[in-house]
Design a protein around this ligand. Structure first.
Ligand code: AMP
Ligand code: ZN
Ligand code: FE
Ligand code: FE
Length: 276
C-alpha cells in the first residue's frame, strides 16, 4: 500500500512579500526540507513571490499552484478569500493587487493617525516596505518603539478588528473579489471558515459563487475539519487546506502542519485545467 503521507501539499502560507518572515526562496527551501510535494504561496493581496518561487520549485521538484489571499468584507465582517490557479500575468490581477496596495497605504495612514492620537507616533517610513504592508508590520514597529511587548498585545489592545486604533479603510467586497479571481481563470475559496465567528456570515458566504472551502487549517484538529469537508461535499465544492505559515510573525504554526493529499490536490489541479 502507498504511504498516505508520501504526498503532502500545503496550500496556504506567507512570505516576506506580505507578513511572513521567510523570503520566497527560504520558504520553498523549507518546503523541500519538509518533503512537501505540492505548494501554494498565498501572500496577502500580492503575487510578488512567484517570480522567485516558480523556478526554484521547478528545480526542487515541488508542484506549485499560483495563489493569493485577498482581504475583503461582507456586511462589515472581514473575510479572506484564497484565489488558486489565477493567471499571475493577467492585467486584471496585477491591477487588483495594485489597488489593494493603494487601499493599504490609505488604511495604514489612518491607523497611524489613530496611534498618534494615543501618543504612540510611528512615521510611514518606519513601516515602509517593498510589497504588502500589513498590521503585523505596524505591530512590529510598536514593539520597536516600546509601546507594546508583543504582536499579540498590539492586536489585542490597539489594532485588532474593532480595537481603538483599527481602521478598515475602504475594502473590496467579497463578490468583487470572487469576480476578479474568476476573470483571472482562478477558483475562489473561503479561507479558514473556522475563524469566522458568526453563523449568519457563513450562511451568507455559502450562498455565493465560491468554488471551494479551506477545510484543513493551521493547528485545527481532525474533528474540526470534518464539518467543513461535509459542507464542501454538500455544495459540490473543492476542498483545500494549508498551514497559514507566517514564520516568526505567527509563532506556533509550522509549514505543513495542515495539508491536502494527492487526491485532493489533483482534484484542484483538474478543476484549474478545465478553466484554462
Ligand atoms: P491586515 O491584512 O494588514 O489587515 O492584517 C491582518 C493580518 O494580521 C492577518 O492576516 C494575520 O496574519 C495577522 N493577525 C491578525 N490578528 C492577529 C493577532 N491577534 N495576532 C497576531 N497576528 C494577527
Ligand atoms: Zn497574514
Ligand atoms: Fe487569513
Ligand atoms: Fe493567511
Amino acid at each position: 500500500m502507498k504511504d498516505p503521507l508520501s504526498f503532502r501539499a500545503d496550500l496556504h502560507c506567507h512570505t516576506t512579500c506580505s507578513d511572513g518572515s521567510f523570503t520566497p526562496e527560504e520558504l520553498v527551501q523549507l518546503a523541500a526540507k519538509f518533503k512537501l510535494k505540492g505548494l501554494s504561496i498565498t501572500d496577502h493581496d500580492t503575487i510578488q513571490a512567484y517570480s522567485a518561487a516558480i523556478p526554484l520549485c521547478k528545480e526542487l521538484g515541488i508542484e506549485l499552484i499560483p495563489g493569493a489571499e485577498f482581504s475583503s468584507v461582507l456586511n462589515d465582517a472581514s473575510i479572506h478569500i484564497l484565489g488558486y490557479g489565477i493567471d499571475i500575468d493577467s492585467p486584471k490581477i496585477i491591477e487588483f493587487c495594485n489597488l489593494h496596495r493603494q487601499r493599504r497605504t490609505n488604511r495604514n495612514r489612518a491607523i497611524l493617525e489613530k496611534l498618534e492620537s494615543l501618543n504612540m507616533p510611528i512615521s510611514p517610513d518606519e513601516i515602509a516596505r517593498k510589497d504588502t504592508v500589513g498590521r503585523p508590520h505596524i505591530a512590529q514597529a510598536m514593539i520597536k518603539k516600546g509601546y507594546v511587548k508583543s504582536i499579540q498585545e498590539a492586536f489585542k489592545k490597539f489594532i485588532g478588528d474593532g480595537k481603538p486604533c483599527y481602521d478598515p479603510g475602504k475594502p473590496f467586497s467579497v463578490q468583487e473579489t470572487i469576480d476578479i479571481i474568476h476573470e483571472a481563470h482562478g477558483v475562489a475559496v473561503i479561507a479558514h471558515p473556522h475563524l469566522i465567528p458568526r453563523k449568519k456570515t457563513i450562511k451568507a458566504l455559502l450562498e455565493l459563487n465560491f468554488d471551494g472551502i479551506e477545510c484543513y487549517y493551521g493547528n485545527f484538529q481532525a474533528n474540526e475539519h470534518q464539518k467543513w469537508v461535509h459542507m464542501a461535499h454538500q455544495k459540490g465544492w473543492l476542498i483545500t487546506g494549508g498551514s497559514d505559515f507566517h514564520g516568526d510573525l505567527k509563532p506556533g504554526i509550522n509549514l505543513g502542519c495542515s495539508w491536502v493529499n494527492e487526491e485532493v490536490f489533483n482534484k484542484l489541479k483538474d478543476s484549474l485545467d478545465r478553466l484554462k
